[in-house]
Design a protein around this ligand. Structure first.
Ligand SMILES: [Zn+2]
Length: 320
């Protein structure tokens, strides 16, 4: 709880709606987190309205008895796709609801500007405002966790597209040899089908089968494979070349599409094993265009909240 202050106009209310946790925070223009709450996201109810109701309740708790009008606005990170006209998330993954309204209920309750973005675009905004991308006008953020997602700022502008899905780089095609089905269920050969945390073990097995390699079937998780690589296991070292080839193609596509100065990586795969992933990927990135700098994010677990605050301090582009 905070005491009322005349300085609160320089503060944003940030919300990170995840499938598991709902985080709310008060953040200042320098990225300092003044207050923060975390609860489990509601999973049951008649409709997605229950999520909006929970967010309202959490914001009320966060600001205590203060008049919400003292704040600059509410920024919300929510899994997409996003319907910007309705200010809602449509079929968010890992949530039980088909339609989660957000902008209208929050605006009605708090009478503040409300901006939404999906979690991938939030990632690039957080880096631009509070992370390694501060001085960069051309920046791509790629998260490699259970899936692969991305966000791009080109010439200082966040690219959104019709559904906020511009720069969904995980669904770029990087392969026509193994033809692995992507976790989106709609396409084969997508980058995510090879190099995301959930799919690296599947790709490993497909590769081993195709190349007739004897493999250790205890490798169930991506982290098992990276651990074997660090122990210089011969077969997994060979596999890293093939994974590097896929990542090299993905990154070559990203460089050709957005011509960034900097690519920042987040997500568990990169936060834990980014050194290995990049070491092999760099061997296979096309040399045609001038390379950007490649960096692993340093924002940590508060990155989505910082990105949501950046929506208020920097990019009033979505529903308001
Ligand atoms: Zn896909």
């Amino acid at each position: 709880m905070r005491m009322a202050s005349k300085f609160t106009k320089s503060l944003a209310i940030a919300v990170d709606v995840g499938g598991t946790n709902l985080r709310t925070a008060i953040i200042d223009g320098k990225g300092k987190i003044i207050a923060k709450n975390v609860v489990k996201t509601v999973r049951r109810g008649k409709s997605g309205q229950v999520v909006a109701d929970q967010v309202i309740e959490e914001i009320r708790k966060l600001i205590g008895g203060e008049d919400a009008k003292k704040y600059k606005g509410i920024g919300v990170s929510i899994a997409g796709p996003i319907d910007y006209k309705k200010g809602a998330s449509i079929n968010p993954p890992n949530m039980n609801f088909k339609f989660v309204p957000m902008a209208e209920p929050l605006k009605k309750t708090f009478r503040l500007p409300v901006h939404l973005a999906n979690d991938c675009n939030i990632g690039v905004l957080g880096e631009k405002y509070f992370g390694a991308g501060k001085k960069t006008e051309n920046l791509v953020y790629i998260t490699m966790s259970s899936g692969i997602g991305g966000g791009a700022i080109v010439n200082g502008n966040l690219l959104l597209g019709k559904d906020g899905s511009a720069a969904e780089v995980g669904h770029m095609i990087v392969d026509t040899e193994y033809n692995l089905l992507c976790s989106c269920g709609k396409g084969k050969g997508h980058w995510e089908a090879y190099a995301s945390g959930n799919n690296i073990p599947k790709f490993f097995r497909a590769w081993a089968k195709k190349k007739r390699k004897k493999i250790n079937f205890h490798y169930r998780k991506a982290t098992d494979i990276f651990a074997a690589v660090r122990k210089k296991d011969k077969v997994t070292l060979e596999f890293m070349e093939e994974l590097g080839r896929m990542n090299g193609r993905g990154l070559s596509n990203v460089i050709a599409a957005y011509d960034p100065e900097l690519i920042i990586f987040g997500g568990a795969v990169m936060l834990n094993n980014g050194d290995l992933v990049l070491k092999y990927a760099k061997k296979y990135i096309d040399k045609f265009l001038r390379w950007p700098k490649l960096k692993v994010s340093s924002l940590g677990e508060n990155a989505p909240l910082l990105g949501a605050a950046a929506l208020i301090f920097g990019y009033p582009h979505s529903s308001s």
